[in-house]
Design a protein around this ligand. Structure first.
Ligand SMILES: [Zn+2]
Length: 156
């Protein structure tokens, strides 16, 4: 889905939809992630009259616990603010400014700005790295050699 990101911001539009992680090749290449993520993109002009996009991401996704390799759920919930710039110099100056830049993230003005690409990039940044159950019994449970019960049996 493509938008003119400047016109979109000026007109104050909102777009929302869903991303199915199983259908997203780039995400499946990273690890086994499943589930749906909802997104909402809102356009507006900020206080400095710059076109701005606010992207909200929310979803409960499935992945595997890196400790016991059993399924687990992780909640993604994030908002980001993306300022649209009209040339690369302005974009670089804002993103790599030392100190007091108020720009969280930035993109260039584009008549065919790919929304799904933006949503995928954002979801990829939010994906958990080496997630684990909060109280995980771990792999040792399945490994009889190290099981305390196995040791006990040998003593008896
Ligand atoms: Zn676990």
């Amino acid at each position: 889905m493509y938008i003119d990101n400047v016109k979109f911001a000026k007109s104050g539009k909102t777009i929302n939809g869903k991303l199915d992680l199983l259908k997203c090749e780039r995400i499946q290449e990273i690890d086994q992630f499943s589930g749906e993520v909802s997104y909402e993109l809102v356009g507006y002009m900020d206080t400095l009259n710059r076109p701005t996009l606010k992207l909200s991401i929310y979803g409960i996704i499935g992945t595997l616990c890196q400790n016991c390799l059993q399924p687990m759920e992780v909640t993604l919930d994030n908002q980001s603010r993306i300022t649209v710039f009209f040339n690369e110099d302005q974009l670089d100056a804002a993103l790599f400014a030392e100190g007091d830049s108020d720009v969280e993230d930035g993109v260039l003005a584009e008549a065919e700005f790919d929304i799904m690409q933006l949503v995928e990039d954002e979801v990829i940044m939010l994906l958990p790295y080496a997630s684990k159950h909060e109280s995980c019994i771990g792999l040792s449970y399945h490994d009889s050699a190290d099981s305390p019960f196995g040791v006990l049996k040998n003593i008896i």
